[in-house]
Design a protein around this ligand. Structure first.
Ligand code: FES
Length: 174
């Protein structure tokens, strides 16, 4: 799982203080914050504006200009599913269907949430899925497909049961 600490203004402040002396400090600071927290929270805007003597609009502009910066926490689990020919022959599209069944869109934008009820559905959302599934084309593991990289680790012979486990770990309920 990708695990980052929750955003913390005090830690953010000390990261800024440690890098503020650099020439063109905004980008190194933003990168350092993203490395620490997995994203750059909107709460940093006033801190950074003060530290660098910039307007809040300028800081906002910098964060949104560079697409590398995430403004919300990354998903807890990232699955890169191979959908190239050999893995297709070994059944990867059935896994895509399984995921769709769980309300997870492959290559969907942002976090894929594990069920499709709205916020007022009365269900407990504290375990909302936090999983992103992306298509990749060949992981060099064709003989052992369907293949996937799961949080960076290569997995072969991925099947529905394993996928269900991974989704459950990430908080998806079927
Ligand atoms: S086609 Fe999937 S690993 Fe090569």
């Amino acid at each position: 799982m990708t695990g980052y600490p929750a955003w913390d203004q005090d830690s953010a402040r000390s990261i800024i203080a440690g890098l503020v002396h650099l020439e063109g400090a905004a980008l190194p600071i933003l990168h350092a914050l993203q490395e620490e927290f997995g994203h750059v929270d909107a709460q940093v805007v006033p801190l950074l504006a003060d530290a660098l003597n910039l307007s809040r609009a300028e800081v906002h502009g910098t964060i949104s200009f560079y697409h590398d910066f995430r403004t919300s926490p990354p998903p807890r689990r990232v699955i890169k599913l191979c959908r190239a020919e050999a893995c297709q022959a070994l059944g990867c599209e059935a896994l895509v269907h399984d995921l769709a069944h769980r309300g997870i869109a492959v290559d969907g934008h942002g976090h894929a949430h594990g069920h499709t009820h709205g916020p007022d559905c009365g269900h407990d959302h504290s375990h909302a899925a936090d999983i992103a599934v992306e298509t990749v084309y060949c992981l060099g593991n064709c003989a052992l497909g369907p293949s996937a990289l799961i949080d960076g680790e290569l997995i072969g012979r991925l099947d529905s049961d394993r996928l269900a486990e991974l989704c459950t770990d990430a908080g998806v309920r079927s």
